[in-house]
Ligand binder design. Structure first.
Ligand code: C5P
Length: 234
């Protein structure tokens, strides 16, 4: 799949989500991310509905359970015909391999499978004091990324600031999906370590995930086009 901008549809209801998408012209169908809030509120039907409108979908549910449960859950998600989904690399290799197996459809196709390494909300202090992981954060992130790569996954969710290192560690074709992207001079919200779409491209990010800089803009379609232009240079 080619590089792209993914809009995070962080809305609580179907109505708000569809009225946001209705602002785009018929022939412009952004790649979108559906997360836990919308999925748990509206169920699998919202995925089918947005898919039927012609959008590519990243289903961001971050699965983490025993391998058999994740495998079976992934088999259900693959029937929703999403294009990308994810899990926690902390579930370890057996779970990741099970997920891939479950996700693969009878015809051999499957959505891209991306791993979350350490959540960006986990501080080095939490890592050491609560999770009892004494190795530095960056080493943990790279090690989890390598485990994901060795298990056959397609890439990781990471900060754009980590993308180049992940590529160096796991290979150029290992995908980096990066939230924490902001326009130059834009509001940061709760994101702390951010990069512009243009810098994200220069850093080798494959997909940038942008929510509020597009969804909260007065002119979301223009904001989306700006993000695409800056990230893809077209
Ligand atoms: O609004 P904003 O551009 O900050 O949205 C970023 C999206 O990426 C949100 O849906 C957020 O949950 C998600 N995300 C993130 N940081 C991570 C993982 C996911 O911001 N480490």
């Amino acid at each position: 799949m080619a590089k792209d901008v993914i809009i995070a549809l962080d809305f609580p209801t179907r109505e708000e989500t569809l009225s946001f998408l209705d602002q785009f012209p018929q022939d412009e169908k952004p790649f979108v991310k559906i997360g836990m809030e919308l999925f748990y509120a509206e169920g699998p039907q919202i995925v089918r509905e947005i898919k039927a409108r012609g959008h590519k979908i990243f289903l961001d549910l971050k699965l983490h359970d025993i391998p058999n449960t994740v495998k079976r859950a992934m088999a259900v998600l693959s029937q929703l015909d999403v294009d990308m989904t994810n899990l926690h690399a902390a579930g370890a290799s057996e779970m990741m391999r099970g997920a891939l197996e479950g996700l693969t459809r009878p015809d051999g196709t499957r959505p891209l499978l991306i791993a979350v390494t350490q959540l960006t909300s986990t501080s080095p202090e939490m890592l050491e004091k609560e999770l009892l992981i004494s190795r530095p954060m960056e080493e943990t992130v790279m090690s989890y990324a390598e485990n994901a790569s060795c298990s056959g996954l397609d890439g990781v969710v990471c900060s754009p600031l980590e993308a180049a290192k992940v590529k160096a560690c796991c290979g150029e074709s290992f995908l980096t999906v990066t939230p924490g992207v902001r326009f130059a001079g834009g509001e940061l919200g709760d994101q702390k370590r951010v990069m512009t779409p243009e810098k994200a491209r220069e850093s080798g990010c494959d997909y940038i995930v942008m929510g509020r800089p597009i969804t909260r803009d007065e002119a979301p379609v223009s904001a989306y086009r700006r993000a695409k232009q800056e990230f893809l240079h077209k």
